[in-house]
Design a protein around this ligand. Structure first.
Ligand SMILES: Nc1ncnc2c1ncn2[C@@H]1O[C@H](COP(=O)(O)OP(=O)(O)OP(=O)(O)O)[C@@H](O)[C@H]1O
Length: 256
């Protein structure tokens, strides 16, 4: 029976499709797109089923819908497709891997781990005074898109400077500070806000922006809540809410 004639290449094909579906699911988990994805999955299963039963009229109608469906999908999943390619480009940046800069000097555009301490100290002090803060620490991507939305600072990382930026009367306290290439690159930056349903309702835009930037890039983000003084750490679209300074230092050490 030719139906069961499975070649080695078919197994690779199935594994590849399963992996792509899994990555896509991880990307849209907890968003509105997740429900659309499940609806689409049911639709494709139904289409294959009627094709298998050789129901010609229904198949012809659905074939026509599927033909224009690709365009509809691009429109519906516009944000997710953009995020997928952004993440792919950031994580597997071939140009970066073979660049002379990488071979001869710094392996990352983020921060050297000696800067973890001043960042943690800043968060600890800001938490004590319930001063709101949002710090993004880049990894491979320099986050230039977001740096450009704020004020360029380009200063050596220091706890006192960071605390000064987030001081309530400072003109730069609104928005996010971006740390990259061992510098405080910019302040007052605007980040993409996450649409995820996973985030507790009591957490507002500051936390959503931190989640959003870690969903779209390989950076990490730290939020100090103005309301509760709690520190949250974000990475790869996941939140660690209410971490202690020691826990924050350990989480940062895993990445930088
Ligand atoms: N897209 C964004 N990018 C960067 N910063 C943002 C963005 N949206 C909001 N913020 C920051 O978050 C602040 C508003 O925080 P909001 O009270 O909504 O958040 P929250 O998550 O409840 O945090 P908190 O617990 O500190 O109140 C703004 O004043 C601004 O500094």
């Amino acid at each position: 029976m030719t139906f069961l004639d499975i070649r080695f290449i078919d197994l690779i094909d199935i594994t590849l499709v399963a992996y792509l579906m899994y990555r896509l699911y991880k990307l849209i988990r907890g968003t509105v797109a997740q429900n659309i994805f499940f609806g689409l999955f049911a639709f494709i299963a139904f289409w294959l089923f009627i094709k298998f039963l050789n129901m010609e009229l229904s198949t012809a109608i659905i074939d026509n819908i599927v033909n224009v469906g690709v365009i509809a999908l691009i429109v519906v999943f516009q944000q997710e497709i953009r995020r997928f390619f952004l993440l792919l480009g950031t994580k597997y940046n071939i140009a970066n891997r073979f660049s002379f800069e990488k071979i001869f000097s710094t392996p990352s555009t983020g921060v050297m781990n000696i800067y973890n301490k001043p960042i943690v100290r800043t968060c600890q002090n800001l938490a004590k005074t319930k001063t709101g803060a949002l710090i993004v620490i880049s990894k491979k991507s320099e986050l230039l898109d977001y740096v450009q939305t704020g004020e360029l600072v380009n200063a050596v990382i220091s706890s006192r400077l960071l605390e000064n930026i987030f001081f309530k009367n400072s003109p730069l306290h609104d928005g996010a500070v971006i740390v990259a290439q061992n510098k405080i690159k910019a302040a007052g930056c605007i980040l993409p806000v996450s649409q995820s349903f996973d985030l507790p309702k009591k957490l507002g835009l500051r936390h959503r922006a931190a989640l959003g930037v870690t969903e779209a890039t390989d950076a990490s983000a730290i939020v100090v809540s103005e309301e509760t003084g709690k520190i949250s750490y974000f990475h790869a679209g996941e939140i660690n809410h209410g971490v202690t300074p020691d826990e924050l230092e350990k989480l940062l050490a895993q990445e930088y």
